[in-house]
Ligand binder design. Structure first.
Ligand code: 5GP
Ligand code: ZN
Length: 112
């Protein structure tokens, strides 16, 4: 299901045009508009879930991480990449439609 006023629902379902790095029946991957590393891709399901706490499908959770691996292959991130899921305001989540960040292309700093 999509949510009316959600930017990632609109991008993932091609209501707002966006070039996808990777797409399956259930998710898309596209470049972050404000990259925090030379490669910064977001993996976003086509259905709306506010955050990780709302997702109970083991299949979808697996699909999100398998997509991260696919994106790493497509983008030649063989030197390494970081996957991040922010959950909730204190984590830094700004878009309340679950997404996995894939960051790479430079030595990334410590977390936190
Ligand atoms: P969060 O802080 O919620 O984990 O991450 C949201 C990410 O979405 C941020 O890195 C932000 O730059 C990115 N973002 C927000 N709006 C858009 C948009 O309209 N298009 C794209 N490509 N990225 C967006
Ligand atoms: Zn949404």
């Amino acid at each position: 299901m999509q949510k009316e006023d959600c930017i990632f629902c609109k991008i993932a379902n091609s209501i707002i045009p966006c070039e996808f790095v990777y797409e399956t029946d259930t998710l898309v991957a596209f470049n972050d508009i404000n990259p925090q590393a030379p490669a910064h891709i977001l993996i976003v399901p086509k259905d709306h879930y506010e955050d990780l706490n709302e997702v109970s499908s083991e299949t979808l959770l697996a699909q999100l991480l398998l997509a991260a691996k696919e994106v790493a292959k497509i983008k030649n991130l063989q030197e390494g990449y970081r996957t991040i899921i922010n959950t909730g305001k204190q984590s830094g989540q700004e878009v309340f439609h679950i997404h996995v960040h894939v960051l790479a292309g430079k030595k990334l700093g410590a977390l936190g």
